[in-house]
Design a protein around this ligand. Sequence first.
Ligand code: IPD
Ligand code: CA
Ligand code: CA
Length: 254
Amino acid sequence: MTINAELLEKIIREAGAIALTYFDDLKNLEISKKGSRDLVTKADVAVEAFLKDQLAEEFPQYGFWGEESGKTDNQSSRWIVDPIDGTHSFTKGQYFWSICVALEVDQQLVFGAVYVPAVDDYYAALVGQGAFKNGQPISVSSEDQLESSMVATGFACLRNHLEENNLERFCRIAQKTTGQRRFGSAAMDICMVADGQVDAFWEQELNLYDVAAGALVAQEAGATVTDFKGNKGVFPKQILVTNGKLLDQLLPLM
Ligand code: IPD
Ligand code: CA
Ligand code: CA
């Protein structure tokens, strides 16, 4: 199966340009609530509508699952799309938000792209062909000591008022590491592990559209992608992405 990665980059960059028109006019941005604490904006909806339309036109053989518009009938081979990952950051005029497009064929991720329009960073991977940022190969960091590492996480779980809410885990790990970050876009966090900017990332209570694209980029960059017990795979409810060298030091703290 050949995937036209150049055409996909063109479409995803066009989606980024659409997002930036809203980002450059935040005072007029329509923002609404989704659930108790989730936000959705006109930008999320417009970017997803554009991607759904373009992907259906260019690749009619695949179905679609988007965060805002839901699932089409064909879910055996599908695009998995988060039009804006980090919507809250977006509404505040921060740079940490991304456009996520993954292609899953017969339950195997075969393409993933995470585009960060505010800084024009385009992360992409085709399965088995390595990971790239702006066309240059990327790989995970060489950091092998937890106490000198930088980690990132998120607190999606707090929205669901869950008992098990990552706060205690964060405190355990924060005391054992040098740097901790909460950027606000899980997809971008995962790509920053792929690019060696962060040594590990974990979060719980995410959705597949938050993590699928970034997970393939990370795997192709040499990262481990597991659940909190170290089981290999993409588990949005419990995802742990590391540079590989820190996995064994982190697992007992998860
Ligand atoms: C959010 C981001 C954030 C994570 C939240 C997600 P959204 O995605 O990925 O980093 O902590 O749980 O919901 O809602 O802005 O698409
Ligand atoms: Ca998201
Ligand atoms: Ca989103």
